[in-house]
Ligand binder design. Structure first.
Ligand SMILES: NC(=O)c1ccc[n+]([C@@H]2O[C@H](COP(=O)([O-])OP(=O)(O)OC[C@H]3O[C@@H](n4cnc5c(N)ncnc54)[C@H](OP(=O)(O)O)[C@@H]3O)[C@@H](O)[C@H]2O)c1
Length: 333
């Protein structure tokens, strides 16, 4: 099968379009013919070698974390899917590789694609949808009437998180630039802060939850927005002790990684705020719940650009500009 392969970890290195053997199926696996793959900053970070210690993929391997496609074959223990089903997924860490024509994926990571979406739209959702779900529903337990600040509302995670937070009944503030103000308002944002001309930490106060996906400076300033008892949840680091434990890292890393968040945890604690880092996980059941929201018209995908499969490297360069409005996709078939 054709695939985009990472031959060596290299900053901004190009992926190679080449031939790889079709994946073999384990008993619980489903073989999916991939129709579209979503791109994520995680792809760039893995390629650059930034995640080598935490996700030690051995080269050569196929990159790509999001897919939509059609089931072609199932393993003997698969119960929930059959050939012909249209599905979407974020395959679990260790078994990625969606920049390819086929992938073998554990049925636990898979869900039926929302019927009202195209393959390209469905491929845009799993990683960012699961991230928003795991931050707002699982970790924050966001309640009706609470206030949440979602940074970078016009990005992949932000466009989904704004809609999910509104569905949960929260008041949503978000940061973006002037050019994207109308987009985030159309997704339901109640308060829009133009980060180029306004300081969010001087405008917002008494918030229950902040979803941070930006830099350390933004993380520090976000403390000022939260009320005592509030939750600062970051998906862009620094990692906390729970993450180090859950990842099953070696002794050295499990000792060193939590130190990176020592400062922010101390400052948060002094204000009665909890700080935590979240690294999203694959989850087919949550994708089923997300599909229901999409079919009900409660959440819609936001697509920026769709590239042909052959232009996967160009698509990677595009997301690396940091200017995406929603999601970028490669169409595989
Ligand atoms: N831990 C996890 O599980 C996890 C999961 C998903 C993502 N992440 C991380 O979260 C980050 C965001 O991911 P993403 O996919 O949402 O990124 P993205 O789609 O590439 O974000 C691009 C958007 O960010 C906005 N932006 C850039 N700088 C900003 C600023 N200073 N203030 C407000 N908005 C700003 C841009 O708006 P303008 O053009 O208007 O500036 C653009 O629309 C990445 O670092 C990613 O790796 C982590």
């Amino acid at each position: 099968m054709r695939a985009f392969i990472l031959d060596e970890y290299k900053k901004k290195g190009a992926l190679r379009l080449g031939e790889m053997p079709e994946p073999t199926l384990r008993d619980e696996d489903v073989l999916v013919e991939i129709r579209a793959a979503g791109l994520n900053m995680l792809d760039s970070k893995v390629r650059d070698g930034e995640f080598k210690l935490i996700l030690p993929y051995r080269t050569p391997f196929i990159l790509g974390h999001d897919l939509a496609g059609t089931v072609v074959r199932i393993g003997p223990k698969v119960r929930s899917f059959k050939p012909g089903d249209e599905v979407y997924a974020r395959p679990r860490d260790g078994r990625i590789g969606t920049f390819a024509e086929f992938i073998a994926i554990d049925e636990g990571d898979l869900a039926l694609k929302p019927g009202n979406l195209t393959m390209e739209e469905a491929a845009s959702l799993p990683l960012v949808g699961l991230t928003a779900w795991q931050v707002l529903v699982e970790r924050a337990a966001l309640q009706e009437g609470q206030k949440v600040l979602i940074h970078a509302g016009s990005g992949g995670v932000g466009t989904f998180a704004i809609q999910l937070a509104k569905h949960l009944g929260a008041t949503v503030a978000t940061t973006t630039s002037t050019a994207n103000a109308e987009l985030v308002k159309s997704l339901g944002a109640d308060v829009v802060i133009d980060y180029k001309t306004q300081d969010f930490e001087k405008i917002l106060s008494g918030y229950d939850v902040v979803l941070n996906s930006l830099d350390g400076d933004t993380l520090q300033k976000s403390l000022k927005v939260l009320k005592p008892g509030g939750k600062l949840i970051s998906i862009s680091g620094p990692p906390d002790p729970d993450f180090a434990r859950e990842q099953g890292l070696n002794w050295f890393l499990s000792q060193v990684l939590p130190f990176l968040s020592f400062g922010i945890r101390r400052k948060a604690k002094a204000r009665g705020i909890s700080y935590s880092f979240l690294f999203m996980r694959a989850n087919g059941e949550q994708l089923r719940q997300i599909a229901s929201l999409i079919q009900a018209g409660i959440i819609r995908p936001v697509l920026d650009r769709v590239f042909p499969f052959e232009a996967t490297n160009e698509a990677m360069s595009y997301i690396e500009t940091g200017r995406s409005k929603g999601k970028t996709i490669v169409k595989i078939r």
